[in-house]
Design a protein around this ligand. Structure first.
Ligand code: FA5
Length: 349
């Protein structure tokens, strides 16, 4: 059976049909991958175009020219369509991406976990606020200070045995991580004119073993009060007023004599923890009284070193451990819990 010879017109029609088909297929592609498959299908080595061109050899010279030229046009047109579609697809993908990233301001925000102030910071603030209402100024200590301020200016010269009561951290150049907020007494006396009413809340440091009542780093609140005719009774009244405010009720406090080189007479105050259960009986060594502060009438030599005439003025000072009052207030039976960094503990306050 004789095969029908391709004639020029037939091949030209096939080329036109091919272009129409390619146009539709290319326009319906949805990805760069699909588009590339279409490009190969219509213009690659084994493409339908190549198949059509196989028939060209049987054409007349004019026919060959005409079909060859049209085949080139079709190929260029297909490549042009591929290029255009590729741009369309790229634009679509950019639009899709920016739509996905679009900020919808009407959506609810992500909840950021909130921290809270540490119990000691909260109670420092409460302490400052009560003393301010009582007419005191607040001054903060230097955490690293000189031997003069920490010891000498509070009547503890070099070699004095009282230095043994404070286990001290020294820096390599002979400065001190303050062992008590009394290190600020001299600055306070020098920088204020009587009547002086100042509290000094700050962190203090001691080189000592820790237990339920002792930390190496703890918080003290110093008080300095100087005026004409100030008495021991004023001191007790001031402290009793503060603690009643701090605890929100009248609490039992007990004064007992004690020695500090920078006061005369001196004493310590303890508070009644007998109603707080066995662990508080234990940390108060079975007495039911927890020591919270040292206090006394400021020694005349300390006033003198602060530039204040002890023949005209008198005053009192105290230093209490903030943790020691926070513990009974919140029934915390071990001081080490306060600084352990346990979130479950911290979140209770
Ligand atoms: C002093 O530090 C004196 N500067 C207090 C003072 C000031 C007396 C002004 C007179 C006039 P003492 O070392 O006792 O004294 O400490 C005072 C208070 O700080 C103690 O009663 C206690 O409440 C607290 N404290 C002392 N050491 C520690 C410790 N290691 N951990 C926790 N609290 C402590």
């Amino acid at each position: 059976m004789a095969t029908a010879k391709p004639d020029t017109q037939k091949l030209l029609t096939e080329l036109d049909d091919l272009l129409l088909k390619a146009k539709a297929n290319i326009a319906s592609t949805d990805s760069e991958e699909e588009l590339d498959q279409e490009r190969v299908r219509y213009t690659g080595r084994k493409s339908e175009l190549t198949t059509i061109l196989r028939g060209i050899k049987d054409l007349s010279d004019d026919g060959k020219k005409e079909v060859g030229a049209r085949a080139n046009e079709v190929k260029e047109k297909v490549l042009e369509l591929v290029e255009k579609q590729s741009m369309v697809l790229r634009k679509k993908s950019v639009e899709r991406a920016s739509k996905e990233e679009e900020l919808d301001v009407t959506l609810p925000g992500n909840k950021i976990p909130q921290g809270r102030r540490h119990i000691i910071s909260q109670m420092q603030e409460r302490t400052e606020e009560i003393f301010q209402r009582m007419g005191f100024d607040v001054v903060y200590p230097y955490e690293i200070d000189t031997d003069f301020n920490n010891f000498q200016a509070v009547n503890i010269p070099e070699g004095h045995p009282a230095r043994d009561s404070w286990d001290t951290f020294w820096t390599e150049d002979g400065q001190i991580a303050i062992t008590h907020t009394s290190a600020m007494q001299n600055r306070v006396l020098r920088s204020h004119e009587p009547p002086i009413r100042v509290v000094v809340p700050g962190r203090t440091f001691r080189h000592e073993a820790t237990d339920a009542r002792h930390e190496h780093t703890f918080f003290q609140v110093e008080g300095v009060y100087v005026d004409k005719g100030v008495t021991f009774a004023d001191m007790l009244g001031t402290l009793q007023t503060f603690f009643s405010e701090f605890f929100g009720q009248k609490i039992g406090i007990k004064f007992s004599p004690d020695f500090f080189p920078f006061v005369e007479p001196g004493g310590m105050i303890s508070i009644d923890v007998s109603g707080l259960g066995d662990s508080f009986m234990e940390i108060s060594k079975g007495t039911g009284w927890l020591e919270i502060l040292g206090c006394g009438m400021i020694h005349p030599r300390v006033l003198e070193m602060g530039g204040i005439d002890p023949n005209v003025y008198s005053g009192f000072a105290w230093g209490f451990g903030l943790e020691r009052v926070v513990m009974p207030k919140f029934a915390i039976e071990d001081i080490r819990l306060i600084y352990k960094g346990d979130l479950d503990f911290v979140r209770q306050f």
